[in-house]
Design a protein around this ligand. Structure first.
Ligand SMILES: NC(=O)c1ccc[n+]([C@@H]2O[C@H](COP(=O)([O-])OP(=O)(O)OC[C@H]3O[C@@H](n4cnc5c(N)ncnc54)[C@H](OP(=O)(O)O)[C@@H]3O)[C@@H](O)[C@H]2O)c1
Length: 303
């Protein structure tokens, strides 16, 4: 089965139900040719959405991905590029940063997005997110930057990441177009956003909830804490009931069942793991299987 596309509203971008995150691209130690092969194999599975950020790899991941795209004419048009701005990291590439901080000033957003365009060697970013809520965020300034980038055709869609509903509402209130996504931490181990109003808001406004660390950054497989052990054991039980399923697939099926239409972003550079993740799209957990995972994480019965 191919990974289906999701489109939440007439205006929102069409993206694959499962995405790939390139945070650790440099650690994968791939040549540009290997990156191309990886993306092409993902496309064969129906996965078209790629997730990036200006700061990944000390500001070097976007360029590494762009270098690969440059060798494969036509590939850019088959994928969606999601990237993020607003974090200023302390690293070699930013000698002026004495401390890690946020900066969501109008000019910084515009400059960072233009730099991302250069890094990817493309004329448009499909979805640009504010990476983290900035306590100094001036919503008018962010709205001005987003509007300019949209009018210039440099960014097609906009969203946020790690925003609480009220922070989302503040920024949305200053925009004449819809924010389309909120990228948040969601996994079978961490799903506070199901209970603090974040996913309710996504469902209400048909915002794409993009799940970062959907496999808890690997802790689903290797975590040694009580909760991780409980959740892994319940994933194994359910996997056995389904037959032929892996615990990664059960953990992802837990997210895919949520009516807000969560888009898990898998952080692996290994195509067999991406193929396995894609297989989760054909698994439908029963209501009771879903709540067994809920109970395993929470450590108590439903009230
Ligand atoms: N917006 C934000 O603030 C934010 C924050 C964090 C991440 N992100 C985005 O979210 C993406 C995903 O985050 P993540 O990397 O933490 O996600 P993840 O998919 O939860 O975790 C990736 C880890 O799980 C392991 N893994 C995946 N499938 C596996 C399998 N079938 N069996 C065993 N191990 C498996 C990977 O190992 P291998 O590498 O060995 O395959 C890797 O160590 C990032 O790349 C980034 O794009 C966004």
């Amino acid at each position: 089965m191919q990974v289906p596309q999701i489109k939440m509203t007439g205006d929102s971008p069409s993206m694959s139900r499962i995405a790939i995150g390139f945070w650790h691209l440099l650690q994968w130690e791939c040549s540009p040719q290997q990156i191309i092969a990886f993306v092409e194999q993902a496309l064969e599975l129906g996965i078209t959405t790629t997730d990036h950020a200006s700061i990944y790899g000390g500001y070097r991941c976007e360029r590494a991905f762009g270098k690969a795209l440059a060798l494969a004419p036509g590939l850019r048009d088959k994928i969606q590029i999601v990237t993020k701005c607003g974090i200023e990291a302390m690293c070699e590439a930013k000698p002026d940063n004495e401390i890690g901080h946020y900066n969501t000033c109008e000019q910084v957003i515009i400059k960072t997005a233009e730099n991302s365009l250069k890094n990817f060697g493309t004329d448009r970013i499909d979805l640009l997110l504010i990476h983290r809520p900035d306590p100094l965020m001036d919503a008018d300034a962010v709205a001005a930057a987003f509007t300019k980038l949209k009018n210039q055709g440099k960014v097609l869609h906009f969203g946020v990441s790690n925003f609480h509903p009220w922070q989302f509402d503040l920024l949305q209130s200053r925009l004449e177009f819809n924010l389309e996504a909120n990228q948040i931490e969601i996994s079978a181990l961490e799903f506070e956003v199901m209970h603090d109003g974040t996913l309710d808001q996504c469902q209400q406004y048909r915002i794409i909830p993009q799940a970062w660390s959907p496999l808890a950054g690997g802790r689903i497989f290797t975590g040694v804490g009580e909760r991780a052990v409980r959740v892994r054991s319940e994933c194994q039980n359910i996997a056995r009931e389904i037959g032929e399923a892996g615990i990664d697939q059960v953990a992802l099926a837990f997210l895919l069942k949520h009516p807000a239409k969560i888009q898990p972003i898998i952080g692996s550079g290994k195509i067999e793991r991406i193929r396995s993740a894609a297989g989760a799209c054909s698994i439908e957990l029963s209501q009771q299987q879903w709540f067994r995972l809920w109970v395993a994480t929470k450590g108590h019965w439903v009230p």
